[in-house]
Structures are given as C-alpha cells and as structure tokens.
Design a protein around this ligand. Structure first.
Ligand code: ATP
Ligand code: MG
Length: 323
C-alpha cells in the first residue's frame, strides 16, 4: 500500500518555486529518506504532506486520504517533528511527554507507560525533572522527537531529527526508529548526514531547486551513479602535475604537505595504470595510493552538481581543477 502519494506537487512563494512539480510515493512500512542541499525544498515538502501549508498545485494522498479534502483526518493518523525547535520552557521533560499524550487523548495508563519507555529510550531519565529551559539544545531536541512517539500514528515525518545530537544519541534514535518501523510505522525523514540515510533508508529521493533529481534505494543509487571508484594518489612533494596529467581524464588536485591527485573513474584500473605511467615517466615518486568505492556522499554531491549545471550552473562548484 502507498502511504504517501503526491503528484505534480508545487509550492510557490511569490516568484520562488520552493517545490516544483514533484511526484513522490512512499510504501507503507518503509523508511523514506529525503535529501537535498539547503533551500532545496525539503521542509516545504514536509509541510505540504502534513497539511500544514496548502500546495499551489498538485495532489497529495496520505494513507489513502485526499489531504486537501480531509486534512484533519490525515493529521490524526500522522506525526511530525519539524525542523524548527519547539518546546515549552517551563515544563519539565516528563511533563512535556505527559502533556503531549494528553493532547492526543492517550489514556493515562498508556501515557505513564510510554513516558517511562521514552525517557529510557531517549536517555532522558536523569533530566526528567528538569525544565526544558534548563537543559541543553541536544537534550531539547531529544525531548521534541521523543514526545512525538507518545501517540499512535501510521506515518511519521521527521525533519532533520538528529541535528545537534551526539553520536550515541543519534545512533539511539536511529535504532529506536528502526524498531518502530519493524512494528509497522512508516517514516519520511530528511537529513544531511549521508551515512544516516544509508543506515536507515529503504529508499532515498534527492531534491534540488524544488525538483526531484534521483529516487532509488541506496544500493541502486550507488550502482547508477557510483559504479566508479575513487582513486587517490599521494605524492610526497608539492608538484605541479597539471601539465603532465593532461589526457588522463577528469581529476582534482589538492595540496597538503605533498600533492594529492583524486580521480573518479568507472574503469579505475586503467586510469590508475595511466597515472602511474605518467608519473613514472616524469620521475615523480608515489608515496601512497588507494582505490575506494564511491560513497553515498560523493554520489550526492555529483548528482546535485550535475543538476546545478542543468540549472545554468548558477551554483556550480568552484573547484578549480574541474575540466
Ligand atoms: N514561508 C516562506 N516564504 C518564502 N519563501 C520560503 C518560505 N519557506 C521556504 N521558502 C523558500 O523556499 C525554498 C525551500 O525552502 P525549504 O525550507 O523547503 O528548504 P530545505 O530543503 O528544507 O532547506 P534546509 O536544508 O536549509 O532545511 C527556499 O528558497 C526558501 O527560501
Ligand atoms: Mg529544511
């Protein structure tokens, strides 16, 4: 079953098209990752899908309901944690959870159980009696995410839930989410941390300038865009290799105490042989070299950069050695 289905969805603010005719479908029981650079349209999309704002055009179906016709019914079935921090300064951590449960009409026994479960799961027990005003930013974010789990829902939208969390809190949250998905919850979430998307997501969509530029499983994205490997050749001395590397393909050069040549190639063996031959012919000694599969992060950068070029290159990378 499709949990989220959006067709030709657009949202404009004056002459800014924040979301530009996107189609989305999310199957139930899956974790859908929504990635894109700042200002790409992620938060706007979440606000549209959760009925917080109205689209300029297009249709949204959530859990089988037309969101434009039944916004209240939709809201009853979903949860959302917005990117914007939100908390009541004078409430204690445990009261924040408790109150959220009351707002959602959760019965008192279930409420008590869930408060305890969430305080433990989000490592908030020690600060349960502290006021939101008196806890750290990361702790506040944990409370903001935790309280959303006080109520029953079929679909949860999370807009950068892990921002400000330390590595162990982040891993804790991701694993808690995974557990909920095993129990049947569907998740739509945004992040800038690619490892996170890879760890969690069944499917990933990349959005840029309001348009979706790629949708696939993390593995398929790697297959499609990342068949190439990344080759790094390290030279001990600072060398001006620009001239001698003419013709070996597209590469980047950076300098640390020596020189690093980075090359992305689908035919990494041949590219490597070529570079080594050229360096050898010029008596340049190689200190170290490595060949690694391209990471999701590099794929993300490549896909976004290519799409920027299609937008007239107005945000194209200023990498000096790109040919
Ligand atoms: N209320 C608004 N009024 C006018 N323009 C807006 C409004 N909200 C968003 N925008 C614009 O819409 C575009 C998309 O913004 P959005 O917040 O959806 O980006 P995002 O992908 O969530 O970015 P980030 O990664 O920084 O959170 C941006 O150009 C933004 O300036
Ligand atoms: Mg955002």
């Amino acid at each position: 079953m499709l949990c989220v289905e959006a067709k030709s969805l657009s949202k404009s603010y004056g002459n800014v098209t924040a979301v530009d005719s996107i189609d989305l479908s999310v199957e139930s029981g899956k974790i859908f990752g929504f990635l894109g650079p700042n200002g790409a349209g992620k938060t706007t999309t979440i606000k549209l899908l959760t009925t917080l704002i109205l689209p300029t055009s297009g249709t949204i179906n959530i859990l089988g309901m037309d969101a434009a016709r039944y916004p209240l019914k939709v809201r009853k079935k979903i949860g959302v944690v917005l990117q914007q921090p939100s908390y009541e300064p004078n409430l204690t951590v445990e009261r924040s959870l408790e109150k959220y449960g009351m707002m959602w009409d959760v019965d008192s026994k279930t409420r008590r159980d869930r408060v305890e479960e969430l305080l433990a799961a989000f490592d908030l027990q020690e600060i349960r009696k502290k006021k939101n005003d008196d806890i750290s930013i990361g702790q506040r974010r944990r409370v903001q995410v935790a309280r959303e789990f006080m109520h029953d829902m079929d679909l949860l939208f999370l807009d950068e839930p892990t921002v400000g969390l330390d590595p162990s809190a982040r891993r804790g949250l991701l694993d808690y989410i995974k557990g909920k998905v095993r129990d049947g919850l569907t998740i739509f979430f945004t992040t800038h941390i690619l490892e996170e998307a890879e760890y969690l997501c069944d499917e990933i969509a990349i959005i840029n300038h309001g348009k979706i530029i790629a949708v696939d499983t993390p593995d398929e994205l790697k297959n499609k865009f990342g068949r190439e490997k990344t080759i790094k050749v390290h030279i001990g001395k600072a060398e001006d290799v620009g001239a001698i590397l003419q013709g070996v393909g597209k590469y980047e050069v950076s300098h640390d105490e020596g020189t690093v040549i980075t090359l992305h190639s689908a035919d990494s063996e041949q590219a490597l042989v070529k570079i080594l031959q050229v360096l050898n012919a010029n008596n340049i000694a190689v200190e170290d070299l490595s060949v690694v599969p391209t990471s999701l992060e590099e794929i993300f950068l490549t896909v976004v950069k290519n799409s920027n070029n299609n937008f007239g290159g107005k945000l194209a990378s200023n990498s000096s050695s790109d040919k």
